[in-house]
Design a protein around this ligand. Structure first.
Ligand code: 0A1
Ligand code: ZN
Length: 882
């Protein structure tokens, strides 16, 4: 929100219900690009027990009031106090209902924040979560105020043939002066953040879905004209999501229409407005020529996520914004499970954990760390974080692990039964699981309240005489901002004991604490588990499937890790073991690179990795994940302090080269054989083959003929995945080569009219390793195709540089930080959310080496000195500099 004051801190402890209950909302919009008139009629009554003198307080943000009425009579100026961000009305009735009519005039065209009612490519569109509705009208804009809405939209018919809002369509028709209208009614009481309106000239793709109780639901996806063919996959994903939610969670859709609108200017991924989801078009549009396999997977996941919100978020919403994880953590868990069922569960889990560690562990270890359920915020927009979303999902997953599949289902069913139609809290959620299973989750709940990634230290001793294996575990939760001391948590650790012959020891007898199925429950600060009747020294595989989101310090020998990598029945654990084999090599390589020493790599690690890469019994997508070594950011996180990104890059490159040289024949074979047969299909198996083949192409760039092979792969590519991968290999490995310049030129010429593909072109250049890329990025900002007002384009260039290019962004002279700082202060007045998001790229600046940290601090202080910062940027800057 663009308030140039400092923003008040909101505390959970101050929560209290509103004094007035909102019964009904009736909105009439007369759309105009610069002067939209909104007449809002609100029926309220005073809540029982509330003092008769208490005024009605409505929120606003940069609003212009045109008229105000009470029960249809103009309100005397003496009855209310008005400011752009608040309307306070006094002398209201005691207990009987009354009607307040608020008429505001808004300028959608001037709304560059993309919050409230705005325009995108000539289309009217809204975004109201979290506090955007107050930019449309004065309103009790908080999630615990729920009401049914009637919405009438009046607009010029030629320019806006499509008029949409939430709920079911009531009717429409012609109006005066070439205008027409449409009326919508949403019978499900909802908070204002779920309101949506869309109007414009859009194409539509239609289908239907028959629900489990045999009701037919109309499905409509609206896109810009000419893009209809690219909505087919999204429609397919939507129908699969609807079916899955019925089968797995017993949740049926409730309106007679479900609509999705794809827009090209959007601050986030998508928004779950009731019956009318609005999407960043990046997460709707796909065809083989323009979308990568990753794009298809993202579309499937986000379509599902927004659809699942209909129950977890909309039917049951949040009491206040502190409860954000109630809808987001749970809904991410649901979309993760959906994707796991649609694709390969193990590969999906590996991708999730990679993302969790890269983003959430980083956030949790720095100045922006906060609990999954925070207790204070200054700007709610800054709490749509990976902690609330991804760690929130992990907490839900742990509940499922602890209670088992049936226990989890019982708890979810009770939650839906108890809280449907309500605005609930995290406590309500947890209580449903407790009551449905007769368990106490008090200690477990600390996961919601204590920030920081727990560190679990493990060590095991085998006693050959007693035939026992003794496992000592200890947990430590690091201090985080505002939380210096922590309580021990309930950490569910899935485990297996692997014997000499590779077989898993079946149901060993264990003592020392609670053990369920294959899960050890660590609940004390330190705890010792003893396994009996263990015939030979076992290898312990711990935290299988990443059952708890922790860091694990468990010193295992190369031989033990190789045993897990070869034999565990949990594919995730096999991947984890390969990663654990890789890491010490990468860490040592970074150290050696820094000291100018020769870099070596453990041959056992290389041979185990290549064995997995060539193992035809393993699915190709898994093998591709194994070959994607820990990233430079992963290595930096492991190092934790005094980070030199150049040394990390140099060391990692040397390891990649060593693997490529040893495995040349394996990679050549994979490159030649892993081509899916037949016409392009985005299914998981075909995508896995492409991923493995492209991974081989990446390694082959380190041996002779790399440029030619990549250039040929680029020329031969018949889908966007292969094309982008080949182009990335060329640009990242051979940036100065003529073949690269030619391929980049061919690509941009071919796709100059496709914004989403152009985003890829900008992004892959912004991620070319090395300091010179800053010059390239500066030049690209001047490129005629660069659009500084489009969030996707800005993220593809500036965001990719800051988040995904450690060597360029952290250039030793500090120029990368200055570039980002200049962008943040330039974007902030126009779009604070976008500016704030970009700024979080600097959240780990204190972990850098002293010289870089000095440059980073200077860049942050420079932003801090800017006189008119939004609350969003101000809040982040202050937390990062604290
Ligand atoms: N609830 C959405 C995320 C979202 C939040 C804020 C927004 O404002 C710009 C937009 C979207 C989700 O979880 O998908
Ligand atoms: Zn969500």
């Amino acid at each position: 929100m663009l308030r140039t004051d400092t923003g008040q801190i909101v505390h959970l402890a101050d929560y209290r219900p509103t004094d007035f209950v909102l019964e009904r909302v009736d909105l009439t919009f007369e759309l105009d690009p610069q002067a939209t008139r909104l007449e809002s009629r609100l029926i309220f009554h005073r809540r029982e027990g509330v003092d008769a003198s208490a005024p009605l307080v409505l929120d606003g943000d940069e609003l212009v009031l045109t008229e105000l009425r009470l029960d249809q009579n103009e309100m005397p100026a003496s009855q209310y106090d008005l400011s752009p961000d608040q309307l306070v009305i006094r002398d209201l009735p005691g207990s009987e209902p009354f009607e307040v009519t608020v008429i505001t005039t808004i300028n959608p065209e001037a709304n560059t924040q993309l919050m409230g009612l705005y325009r995108t490519n000539g289309v009217y569109c809204t975004q109201c979560e979290a506090e955007g509705f107050r930019r449309i009208t004065y309103f009790p804009d908080r999630p615990d105020v729920l009401a049914p809405y009637t919405v009438t939209i009046i607009a010029d018919k030629a320019a806006n043939p499509v008029l949409l809002s939430n709920g079911n369509f009531l009717g429409g028709g012609n109006y005066d002066e070439g205008r027409h209208f449409a009326a919508w009614f949403d019978p499900f009481p909802k908070p204002s953040y779920l309101f949506a309106l869309v109007a414009g000239d859009l194409g539509v793709v239609e289908d239907t879905f028959v629900t489990m109780s045999e009701r037919e639901v109309a499905l409509k996806i609206y896109v810009e004209h000419g893009k209809e063919d690219r909505a087919a996959y999204a429609m397919d994903a939507l129908k699969r999501s609807m079916k899955w939610d019925e089968e797995v969670f017993g949740r049926e859709y409730d309106l007679n229409i479900f609509m999705i609108v794809a827009v090209s200017d959007f601050n986030m991924g998508a928004m779950e407005n009731k019956g009318l989801n609005v999407f960043n078009d990046k997460y709707v549009l796909a065809d083989p020529e323009t979308a990568t396999d990753q794009d298809y997977a993202n579309i499937e996941a986000i379509i599902a996520h927004e659809y699942f919100h209909n129950w977890t978020g909309n039917r049951i919403t949040c009491r206040d914004w502190f409860q954000l994880c109630l809808k987001e953590g749970l809904t991410v868990y649901r979309d993760h499970e959906f994707s796991a069922d649609q694709r390969s569960r193990a590969v999906k889990r590996i991708a999730e954990v990679r993302h969790l560690k890269a983003e959430q562990f980083q956030e949790d270890g720095g100045p922006l760390a906060h609990p999954v359920r925070p207790t204070a915020y200054r700007e709610i927009n800054n709490f749509y974080t990976t902690t609330v979303y991804e760690k929130g999902s992990e907490v839900t997953r742990m509940i499922a692990t602890i209670l088992g599949k049936d226990g989890f289902k019982k708890g979810m069913d009770l939650y839906f039964e108890r809280h449907d139609g309500e605005a609930a809290t995290v406590e309500d959620f947890v209580k449903s699981f407790e009551d449905a299973n007769s368990v106490d989750l008090k200690q477990f709940s600390l996961w919601y309240h204590q920030a920081g990634t727990p560190l679990v230290t493990a060590s095991g001793i085998y006693d050959a005489v007693a035939k026992t294996f003794t496992l000592s575990l200890e947990q430590m939760i690091p201090a985080t901002p505002g939380q210096s001391t922590k309580q021990p948590m309930h950490i569910p650790l899935s485990y297996a004991l692997i014997q000499d012959n590779g077989a898993l020891l079946d149901a060993p007898k264990v003592s020392g604490g609670q053990v369920t199925a294959d899960v050890l429950h660590l609940t004390e600060k330190a705890q010792v588990f003893v396994f009996e009747n263990v015939p030979t020294r076992p290898v312990l595989s711990l935290n299988r499937g990443f059952s708890a989101p922790i860091n694990l310090d468990f010193k295992q020998s190369t031989e033990d890790l190789v045993r897990i990598a070869r034999h565990d029945t949990d594919l995730f654990a096999r991947w984890q073991a390969l990663t654990d084999l890789a890491l010490p090599n990468l860490l040592q390589a970074a150290k050696d690179a820094r000291e100018g020493k020769a870099i070596t790599c453990n041959p056992v690690f290389i041979s185990t990795l290549l064995e997995a890469a060539a193992d035809e019994a393993l699915e190709p997508a898994f093998r591709a994940q194994a070959l994607a070594l820990p990233s430079e950011a992963d290595i930096a996180r492991e190092l934790g302090s005094n980070i030199d990104p150049d040394a990390i890059h140099k060391g990692r490159q040397a390891i990649l080269k060593a693997i490529a040289e040893s495995g040349q024949s394996v990679f050549e074979n994979l490159f030649n054989t892993m081509k899916p047969e037949g016409a392009f299909s985005p299914d998981a198996a075909s995508a896995g083959k492409r991923a493995l083949r492209n991974s081989a192409l990446g390694y082959l760039a380190y041996v002779t003929g790399g440029t030619e092979r990549a250039a040929k792969a680029f020329a031969d590519a018949d889908n966007m995945t292969d094309m982008v991968q080949a182009l990335t290999v060329l640009a990242h490995r051979f940036p100065e080569d003529a073949a690269t310049a030619e391929a980049l030129a061919t690509f941009v010429k071919r796709f100059e009219n496709n914004p989403l593909v152009l985003d890829k072109w900008f992004a892959l250049q912004a991620t070319i390793p090395g300091g010179d890329t800053l010059n390239r990025v500066n030049a690209l900002m001047e490129h005629p195709l660069y659009v500084a007002t489009n969030p996707n384009r800005v993220r593809s260039l500036v965001g990719s540089l800051a988040f995904a290019n450690p060597t360029a962004f952290n250039r030793a002279d500090g120029e990368g930080y200055r570039l980002l700082g200049a962008q943040v202060t330039q974007i902030d007045p126009r779009n604070p959310q976008l500016a704030a998001r970009l700024l979080t790229a600097m959240r780990s600046w204190r972990a850098l080496d002293a010289s870089r940290a000095d440059h980073a601090r200077a860049a942050l202080l420079e932003i801090d000195r800017t006189s008119k910062l939004s609350t969003d940027v101000r809040d982040l800057i202050e937390r990062m500099l604290k």
